[in-house]
Design a binder for this molecule. Structure first.
Ligand code: UT7
Length: 316
């Protein structure tokens, strides 16, 4: 379990932004193309509606521009763009190249595919780049899953949707916000959640659910140990928004009250790489961090990946 050296140069967020698919799709609307109903979807998943529409580059450009405006910085001062996505617009080039140009950045740009854990993977990599000399990094998590679901499949279509969340990190004089982190993957479980190139998502939902709770708890515990904190120290949890019952079971096993968890799934559905930044920075997550709060970000996804990070909010 890697620990952050006390000499490492730190970073903190100086701007953020979010965006959602252009059109709201209600649970009732889905009943036209599949055998489902609003009550089942709400009770079994926590989802009331979702937003669909737009490309990964479009949604990323909107959230990235909002983050730039909030930070009030010259786009050319960004040293790298990391775009976490499972749904690139093209196989080549990386969608981050399109977004880099659209935002007027002049820096290296690359995509990270770690499914729903992608934003936290990107965040860890961004802190690493700042540790080796970068001043400012933009990390975006965006997915447009509506483009790769079968809209007649009730096992997947009600769950997935489109969204984006962006954050800009800047180097700090002190040790910064990141106190501990963990990234994991178990490729032996890839068959339980996958999409072939050009095809739609296939999922064994029950098996994903079973593993998700375990690997979220495991990853969170590794990050907390690396950070030297316990569950009592955690002020806020920002979990991946896949199913309200997964979030509740993971919080329960961690011994963290659900009141501390930011929930946006009722409005957004599962937006994969965008899920954690939407719950952290978006309008729907009802729990927002204050200066000095200890925040746990924790996600899991296809791969099966898991990732978590412990942040001290607004640390210098
Ligand atoms: O980012 C990671 C991505 N994926 C996930 O996190 C998914 C994790 N898994 C889950 O969230 C849940 O397993 C699901 C939401 C996918 C399914 O919920 P479940 O409670 O595991 O339902 P189930 O598969 O056990 O099905 C229960 C019943 C079945 O009917 P019978 O056999 O009891 O008569 C299903 O056929 O619910 C039925 N069902 C539905 N009914 C209405 C399954 N899907 C639907 C549906 N609408 N959409």
């Amino acid at each position: 379990m890697p620990q952050i050296p006390s000499s490492a140069r730190g970073a903190r967020f100086i701007g953020w932004g979010t965006s959602l698919g252009h059109r709201v799709v209600t649970n009732d609307e889905l009943t036209a193309s599949m055998d489902t109903n609003d009550e089942w979807i709400r009770e079994r998943t926590g989802i009331h509606r979702r937003h669909v529409g737009g490309s990964t580059a479009e949604l990323s450009t909107i959230s990235g521009q909002i983050a730039l405006d909030m930070a009030g910085i010259d786009p050319k001062s960004i040293d790298a763009l990391i775009l976490a996505t499972t749904t690139p617009d093209r196989t080549v080039p990386a969608t981050s190249a399109t977004v880099q140009n659209a935002l007027g950045l002049a820096c290296g740009a690359f995509d990270v595919n770690a499914a729903c854990s992608g934003f936290v993977y990107g965040l860890v990599v961004a802190h690493g780049l700042i540790g080796v000399g970068a001043e400012r990094i933009m990390v975006i998590g965006t997915d447009t899953l509506s483009r790769i679901v079968d809209w007649t499949d009730r096992n997947t279509a009600p769950l997935f949707a489109d969204g984006s969340g962006a954050a800009i990190l800047e180097s700090t004089k002190g040790s910064g916000q990141l106190l501990g982190w963990d990234i994991d993957a178990d490729g032996s479980a890839e068959e339980i959640l996958y999409a072939e190139v050009g095809s739609t998502i296939q999922m064994n939902g029950k098996e994903v659910f079973r593993r998700a709770v375990r690997i979220m708890v495991d990853s969170a515990q590794k990050s907390m140990a690396a950070a030297g904190v316990t569950t009592e120290d955690i002020s806020i949890v920002i979990p991946h928004q896949a199913n309200i019952r997964i979030i509740s079971a993971a919080c329960d096993r961690l011994g963290i009250s659900m009141d501390k968890a930011s929930i946006s799934i009722h409005e957004t559905g599962n937006t994969s790489s965008a899920s954690i930044p939407l719950a952290l920075f978006g309008d729907f997550g009802q729990v927002k961090p204050k200066d000095g709060d200890i925040v746990l970000l924790v996600g899991f996804g296809a791969g099966m990946t898991a990732a978590s990070a412990i942040l001290r909010w607004n640390a210098q």
